[in-house]
Design a protein around this ligand. Structure first.
Ligand code: NAI
Ligand code: MG
Length: 370
C-alpha cells in the first residue's frame, strides 16, 4: 500500500495492494461533514479537489448524512443509506462528530462504526512542521499509525453494582490479526521514508497480555512467511507510551513512524499536533485494503463552531492524503505545496495559528496556489 506523509521525507506512494491508480473516468467522492466545524472545513477540502481541474478524473460528489445532530433529529447517527452509498464510492471525506461525554441512550459514534463497517483498519496521521526556509529540514516529521478497529474502541463496557458501589468494566481487545496488519502498514510506510524507522508504542511492562501481544506481533512482522526480507532495511524499536509522550515533546525529531494500539495512537497524535502549532493542521486517512476515507485529526470543536474561524488546512491536507492513497501523488503534491506555502507565508491564517483570517479566506489562499 502507499504512503507518503511529507514532502520533505521524499516519500512516494507505491500502491501494492488493490488501490493502485486505475484509469478512472470519474472519481466518486462521498462527503460526510457531520457535526460542528466538520461542516465548515469539508467544503474547503472539496474545493481543493476541484481546484485540480483536469489533473483529476471527473469528480462526482455525493453528500451523505451522519453525526450527533442527525441523531437528535432523526434518531440515527449513521443511517443504513449512508453506509450503502459509501460502498458505491471510490473514497470519502469525513468532517467530525460531536460525541457527548455523557452516555446518550441509543447513540454511538458513527466514525468509530464506519471504521469498523468499512474495515478501515489503519488511521494514518502524518505530523509535519513547515520550516520558514523550504530548504531546511522540518523539526517534526513523523507519522502516527494508529490501529483503528479494536483496543478499548470495541466499546464493550458494563456497569455493575459491586460490594462497595458501582463498578464499571471495559474489555480491551488486541488480536494477532489486527496487530499484524497494522504492523505491516507501518513497515510499508517506513519503507518509503528516508529514515526507515518504526517505533512500537505500548505499555507491556504493565499490560503484558494485551500490549504484550501487540508488541510481539508487530516485532515479528519482518520475519513473517512471505515477507522475504522486504522489511530488512527497517529499524524496529519500541517505547513505552508515557515515556514516548515525554520524548515526543523533548526530542520529536527522533520519531519517524510510530505504530500504536487505538487509544494510544489517538492520544499521541493530538499531542504531536500541539508540536506543529495546531490540531487544525493535522490530516489523516482511515485506510483499508479497498477503501480510503480522509478525515482531519481534530473533532467538531464546539467552542469555535459557526464562527467561520476553523482552520481548513487539516481537511485540505486530508483530501491530498486521500488522493495519494488512491495513486494521485502528483495531484496531492500540488495541494500539499499550496498549503505549505500558505503556512510559510503566514499572512492569511486562522486564529489558532495566530492569524485573523476566516476559514473561507484561508481556503481561497490555498486555492490560488494549487
Ligand atoms: P476538538 O478537536 O474538537 O477541539 C480541541 C481544541 O482544538 C478546541 O479548542 C478547538 O477549538 C481546537 N480546534 C480543533 N480543530 C480546529 C480547527 N480546525 N481550527 C481551529 N481550532 C481547532 O476536541 P474536543 O473539544 O475535545 O471535542 C469536541 C467534540 O469533537 C467532542 O464531541 C468529541 O467527541 C468530538 N471529536 C470527534 C472526533 C472525530 O470526529 N473523529 C475526534 C475528536 C473529537
Ligand atoms: Mg482524537
Amino acid at each position: 500500500m502507499f504512503i507518503r506523509s511529507a514532502l520533505r521525507s521524499g516519500l512516494r506512494r507505491n500502491a501494492t495492494r488493490g488501490m493502485a491508480t486505475q484509469a478512472r473516468s470519474t472519481l466518486k467522492v462521498a462527503l460526510l461533514p457531520a457535526d460542528g466545524i466538520g461542516r465548515e472545513v469539508i467544503p474547503a477540502a472539496r474545493a481543493a479537489l476541484e481546484a485540480l481541474g483536469s489533473d483529476l478524473p471527473r469528480l462526482e460528489f455525493v453528500d451523505l448524512l451522519a453525526g450527533f445532530e442527525l441523531f437528535t433529529r432523526a434518531g440515527t447517527a449513521l443511517p443504513e443509506a449512508t453506509i450503502e452509498a459509501l460502498r458505491e464510492q471510490d473514497c470519502a471525506l469525513f468532517g467530525a462528530v460531536s460525541s457527548p461525554s455523557k452516555s446518550v441512550f441509543g447513540y454511538s459514534s458513527p466514525i468509530v462504526a464506519l471504521r469498523k463497517e468499512l474495515d478501515l483498519y489503519a488511521n494514518i496521521r502524518p505530523v509535519l512542521s513547515v520550516s520558514k526556509d523550504p530548504s531546511q529540514k522540518p523539526d517534526v516529521d513523523l507519522v502516527v499509525v494508529r490501529e483503528n478497529t479494536e483496543c478499548l474502541y470495541v466499546k464493550q463496557e458494563v456497569s455493575e453494582i459491586g460490594e462497595h458501589g458501582r463498578v464499571a468494566k471495559a474489555t480491551r481487545l488486541i488480536t494477532e490479526r489486527a496487530s499484524t496488519r497494522i504492523g505491516k502498514m507501518a513497515c510499508e510506510i517506513a519503507l518509503q521514508r528516508p529514515r526507515k524507522r518504526v517505533t512500537i508504542i505500548h505499555k507491556s511492562n504493565v499490560l503484558s497480555v494485551t500490549d504484550g501481544l501487540f508488541r510481539e506481533t508487530v516485532r515479528r512482522v519482518p520475519s513473517l512467511p512471505g515477507v522475504n526480507g522486504k522489511y530488512d532495511s527497517i529499524q524496529i524499536g519500541e517505547q513505552i507510551v508515557d515515556s514516548a509522550v515525554y520524548r515526543l515533546f523533548r526530542e520529536p525529531h527522533i520519531f519517524d513512524v510510530m505504530v500504536a494500539p487505538n487509544l494510544y495512537g489517538d492520544i499521541l497524535s493530538d499531542a504531536a499536533a500541539a508540536l506543529v502549532g495546531s490540531l487544525g493542521l493535522v490530516p489523516s486517512v482511515n485506510a483499508g485494503d479497498t477503501f480510503v476515507m480522509g478525515e482531519p485529526v481534530h473533532g467538531s470543536a464546539p467552542d469555535i463552531a459557526g464562527k467561520s474561524i476553523a482552520n481548513p488546512l487539516a481537511s485540505i491536507r486530508s483530501a491530498a492524503l486521500m488522493l495519494r492513497h488512491l495513486g494521485y501523488g502528483k495531484q496531492a503534491e500540488r495541494i500539499e505545496n499550496a498549503v505549505d506555502d500558505v503556512i510559510r507565508d503566514g499572512t492569511v491564517l486562522t486564529p489558532d495559528l495566530g492569524g485573523k483570517s476566516k476559514t473561507e479566506e484561508v481556503t481561497a489562499e490555498v486555492l490560488k496556489r494549487v
